[in-house]
Design a binder for this molecule. Structure first.
Ligand SMILES: [Zn+2]
Length: 153
């Protein structure tokens, strides 16, 4: 954690304990550069993540939007709702684990693709073709050929 006084990149945790209501961890730190002491708080952060879309617009992270696009990709495939829910939860957890307040929709798309690939290859290709916006038929054929067990047609 960078020192707020001298911007030194390294500080040592001297003390670490939960706040009274247990909603956060308070850490006392000491700067390795100037020796100043300061406090940081570690909290669970939900729903405060901003997604930056490829056109630069921003919107707050919305789990239901991911769920929608995954469900759409899985339409008429034998993927049960529980699997979809697990996949979406996995993506949400990954996004939260990044610890960033801003995440690109591109990064989220990659996470969804990674999850879908393990669930259903057709759903994976459907999602990827929308998400990657294949402009050339050959792009799509190249991509499809990398997916096991699915013919590019
Ligand atoms: Zn310092």
């Amino acid at each position: 954690m960078r020192c707020p006084f001298c911007a030194h990149d390294d500080s040592q945790v001297k003390d670490s304990r939960p706040t009274e209501d247990n909603s956060a961890i308070r850490r006392r730190r000491q700067c390795g550069g100037c020796g100043a002491r300061f406090t940081t708080f570690e909290r669970v952060q939900l729903r405060e993540i901003t997604v930056i879309k490829s056109d630069g617009t921003r919107q707050s992270f919305d789990r239901s939007k991911i769920e929608q696009s995954v469900s759409l990709a899985c339409r008429k495939r034998s993927v049960d709702g529980e699997k979809i829910d697990r996949l979406v939860s996995g993506v949400q957890r990954q996004v939260e684990t990044l610890g960033e307040s801003e995440v690109s929709s591109l990064a989220i798309g990659e996470m969804v693709m990674e999850g879908l690939r393990q669930v259903d290859s057709v759903a994976y290709i459907r999602f990827a073709s929308v998400y990657r916006d294949f402009s050339e038929a050959s792009d799509f054929a190249d991509f499809a050929s990398t997916v096991r067990g699915v013919s590019a047609g």
